[in-house]
Design a binder for this molecule. Structure first.
Ligand SMILES: [Zn+2]
Ligand SMILES: [Zn+2]
Length: 296
């Protein structure tokens, strides 16, 4: 039977290795982390001690795939003469260096915003940034997973075509792949709430980007309505998307051994519940109503 790997974005208090051990405790087969504060430019490189502890925890937990998410401040599609583009390129290179040092599989990255200069211009700037950074980090094994976005404001990534254009446009497409976020695509106007809608959206993804490029899935329900272009995550089954979509997702043979990561609020109490909700849907005949939230 085909089966995805389930997991969550885990906190790293006390060191990145703790994300693996606490992830294991709540049933994660894959773990996503921030390798530095996502709201600060300043970040320390990864020390040898940190790498060693991470490797030990990786062996001990048997975590199947490891993923980093990049800083929210980075905008690789910013204008070439802006202060932010230099900072963004340096910060993204450092993200790749930390991920590579830890031996992570994927670095999930938001494609950035064009800031009013238009999608084509933004995509061209992003491609230029990626080409420069790829040349500076030649031979790196970690792959950047460009994330679908809700298409809010001038953000790129709200259309599958954007991600296809970026992958086709860079000199080293093998350095890239895609992260599909269920909340974001739903907010961007790709429906997945029933079998027909789900198949149409996945068919479009395959036709435009290629299902082989899909390496990471963010499983988040949506607080906001379909097509709202608003990025607000809800617990699995409690939002506007509903359990049917997640039932279809975890039982989709195309998701076999792909990382499905929960990024919902209240990590400490709710990640375990949300991962279990997804796991309970695997092999289930029909989506059962979400289990009530227990007082944890
Ligand atoms: Zn996401
Ligand atoms: Zn989001």
């Amino acid at each position: 039977m085909s089966k995805p790997f389930l997991g969550a974005h885990m906190p790293t208090a006390g060191g990145v290795h703790n994300a693996l051990t606490s992830g294991r405790t709540i049933g994660c087969e894959v773990v996503q982390i921030f390798t530095a504060s996502p709201r600060q430019w300043k970040a320390n490189p990864i020390s040898d001690e940190t790498i060693a502890k991470f490797r030990v925890a990786l062996d001990a937990t048997g975590c199947r795939q490891t993923i980093a998410h990049d800083s929210y401040l980075i905008n690789l599609a910013a204008p070439p003469d802006s202060e932010i583009i230099g900072k963004s390129r340096a910060a993204f290179r450092a993200e790749l260096e930390r991920a590579e040092a830890l031996g992570l599989d994927f670095l999930v990255s938001h494609p950035g915003a064009h800031g009013g200069d238009g999608e084509e211009t933004g995509i061209a700037r992003l491609i230029e940034s990626l080409d420069i950074i790829h040349a500076e980090t030649e031979g790196f094994q970690v792959r950047t997973a460009l994330e679908t976005t809700a298409g809010q404001g001038t953000y790129l990534g709200g259309k599958f075509e954007h991600l296809a254009q970026i992958i086709h446009g860079v000199k080293n497409p093998e350095r890239l792949c895609v992260c599909l976020d269920t909340c974001h695509i739903f907010a961007a106007g790709y429906d997945i709430r029933d079998t027909q809608a789900y198949e149409e959206t996945m068919g479009l993804f395959d036709q435009i980007i290629g299902i082989d490029q899909l390496k990471v899935i963010h499983a988040n329900d949506s607080l906001k309505k379909f097509g709202s272009h608003a990025d607000r995550h809800a617990h699995i089954g409690d939002g506007e998307i509903g359990l049917t979509a997640f039932h279809l997702l975890v039982n989709d043979p195309r998701m076999h051994e792909k990382a499905i990561v929960v990024e919902t609020p209240d990590a400490e109490t709710m990640h375990e519940v949300n991962v279990k909700r997804l796991r309970d849907l695997i092999g289930a005949d029909a989506p059962l109503p979400a289990a009530p939230v227990l007082a944890l």
